[in-house]
Design a protein around this ligand. Structure first.
Ligand code: F6R
Length: 599
């Protein structure tokens, strides 16, 4: 949620294109509004911002022509304050001397705003990013213009988790602070910069400086200094050279990142398997999973990552006889937070590695002395740093807000681990990339055809049984996320226990049946069709099941455990085509953000 970027260079120049590029690279974090501010050598602040996505707003407000030697850009995912011009970031302080922007949540925002208003500050909106700026302004005015000290004092006033970047027209530096939200600094030739994450920094420099919670970053064109917020003492830390790939945010000929990322699934699955076969971390990971001695392993995630945990639990239980409990991040705290202890292990799964709901659960597990294993896509993320051992998903950058390839690789990773726990040969998994490529090719037309029917409905169900239950949940989540239709995924045998009453003439229900479950699924299909519902079945070719269904999407029969991963693809494609048919941009569905760093 929200992304910030700040830069300072050794001479005044047209900074607009750099800021636009950084904003584009951060836009997966929020696209309710966007803004840029530049400061000239003469101290003039040019602030342009508005509601909308970066391409539209930057063209309309001509960000490209903005000049200066200091610049800030911010992408907003609204939490405090509706998306509006006033709440768009960056924000000015009362007299327009300071400009700043934040990412995160200041939970005492309302109380702070009331205080500012009582004290006569000019409060223009209701956003907590503005609160960060006023909090600094207030102490700056009192302490005779010391930015570092003003930020340290503001830190004591602002409750919550956030990071912000701020600058004063007469102070030739840029300041940033990290408290719970992501922040990393970069040192380039004649410039330094700071950002919520790496992709916006890498086009400028590969020399980076990690920043930890409770640290203030002071940027000048010559270098970056770090200070502890509590004691104000200088912190020495070496910079690092990042030699990973610079992810190119290009669609590669596809109309949307989502479709591109679905098509990347065979490749990234192959790369992940290759990596796992050669990884020394896998042995340590498996040792930790075996350690509990009969105690269940917790698999913790949110949203799509939680669905992967559900599937992982089936794999661990069915293939390896390892009891695994899939659980949502906050649910882990509420349900098991008092009972887990040093003998327990939890695997925390997160594409971004920054999801607050997951990181809160990590914190509880740490406090209770348990083992923390991480599964993540973004290297360098908070989850990676917080894990005893981690495994990467090796998907490359996932730009589209709906997770696709990272779900597939989470599932592949769990399947691989289950095989290793069961001491089964993992060679059969090597077929997965080829099978994924085939199912992607064969599913496009049938998925498009089914969409033509679903298009007219704003309410439907996805049903799965056992191994396909997580896929039904994931299919339903993808569909509701990017088509705005209501879609619920449930265990197919549960349908008759209540939801069946929703069925009436033509009402669509999508069934996913794994090889071996077809005869049982026929009952669930018929419960719907005899009541006038329309059954859309995703299954391997099966005569009896096929003859009972209205629409049938074939996913060729293969190993029972590999098959649910393949069945994910038509579900993703149905959601994608329906979204496009509705005129929605599936990459950036309304109200959502790719990285959710708030409770
Ligand atoms: C849905 C989706 C979300 C995320 C969830 C957790 O397509 O992407 O449900 O799965 O917000 O995010 P991560 O995996 O980054 O922890």
């Amino acid at each position: 949620m929200c992304g910030i970027f700040g830069i300072i260079t050794n001479e005044e120049q047209i900074l607009g294109p750099i800021l636009i590029d950084a904003a584009r690279r951060l836009s997966y974090r929020g696209y309710d509004s966007v803004g840029c501010a530049t400061v000239s050598t003469g101290g003039e602040i040019d602030l342009r911002k508005d509601v909308g996505c970066v391409n539209d707003v930057s063209a309309r407000l001509r960000f490209a022509e903005m000049r200066g030697y200091r610049g800030i850009t911010q992408l907003r995912w609204a939490t405090f304050g509706a998306p509006s011009y006033e709440n768009a970031q960056p924000h000015l302080d009362s007299d327009g001397d300071m400009v700043g922007a934040h990412n995160g949540n200041v939970v005492n925002n309302v109380q702070m705003r009331e205080l500012f208003i009582r004290e006569g500050l000019t409060v223009r909106g209701t956003n907590d990013g503005e609160t960060c700026v006023h909090a600094v302004e207030r102490h700056f005015d009192r302490n005779g213009g010391q930015m570092l000290e003003a930020i340290r004092a503001a830190y004591n006033d602002l409750e919550g988790d956030y990071a912000f970047v701020i600058t004063h027209r007469d102070d030739h530096r840029l300041y940033a602070i990290k408290k719970g939200s992501g922040l990393v600094a970069g040192l380039g030739d004649g410039l330094t910069c700071v950002s919520s994450d790496l992709p916006s920094i890498l086009p400028l420099t590969r020399r980076i400086l990690r920043v930890y919670d409770g640290e203030i970053v002071v940027l000048s064109p010559e270098g970056v200094e770090l200070y502890g917020v509590h004691d104000g003492a200088r912190i020495d830390r070496r910079t690092e050279w990042y030699d990973g790939p610079i992810e190119v945010a290009e669609k590669g000929g596809y109309p949307h990142f989502m479709l591109k990322e679905i098509h990347e699934q065979p490749t990234v699955a192959g790369e992940l398997l290759h990596l796992l076969n050669g990884s020394r971390h896998v042995g340590r990971f498996l040792d930790a999973l075996r350690a509990p001695g009969g105690r269940p392993v917790y698999l913790v995630g949110c949203g799509t990552s939680y669905h992967a945990c559900l599937l992982g639990a089936y794999y661990f239980n069915q293939l390896a006889g390892v009891a695994a409990v899939p659980v949502l991040g906050p649910q882990f705290i509420e349900q098991y937070g008092q009972s887990v202890g040093p003998a327990d292990t939890a695997v925390f799964v997160s594409q971004s590695g920054e999801t607050k709901d997951v990181l809160n659960a990590v914190k509880v597990m740490r406090q209770r002395g348990g083992r923390v294993l991480g599964v993540l896509n973004v290297l360098g993320s908070t989850l990676m740093n917080a894990s005893d051992v981690y495994l990467p998903l090796a998907c490359g950058y996932e730009i589209s807000v709906p997770a696709t390839k990272t779900f597939v690789n989470q599932a592949v990773l769990f399947l691989y681990l289950a095989h290793r726990l069961a001491e089964r040969d993992t060679a059969e998994l090597d077929n997965l990339p080829g099978l994924l490529a085939l199912v992607t090719e064969l599913s496009e037309e049938p998925a498009r055809a089914v969409t033509a029917y679903l298009q007219g409905w704003d309410d439907l169900y996805y049903l799965g049984y056992g191994l396909t239950h997580p896929i039904a949940l994931e299919g339903a989540l993808k569909l509701k996320e990017i088509t705005y239709a209501h879609c619920e995924g449930i265990f197919s045998s549960e349908f008759k226990h209540g939801p069946l009453s929703a069925v009436h003439d033509g009402y669509p229900v999508v069934f996913i049946a794994a090889p071996g479950d077809e005869m049982m699924m026929i009952n669930h299909v018929n419960e719907v069709t005899v009541r006038g519902g329309r059954s859309i079945v995703i299954a391997a070719q099966h005569e009896a099941l096929h003859s009972n269904a209205h629409d049938y999407l074939v996913v060729d029969e293969t190993d029972r455990y590999l098959w649910p991963i393949l069945a994910t693809v038509p579900a993703q494609l149905v959601a994608y085509f329906m979204s496009v048919a509705r005129g929605i941009d599936p990459d950036f569905p309304r109200n959502l953000s790719k990285t959710l760093t708030v409770d």
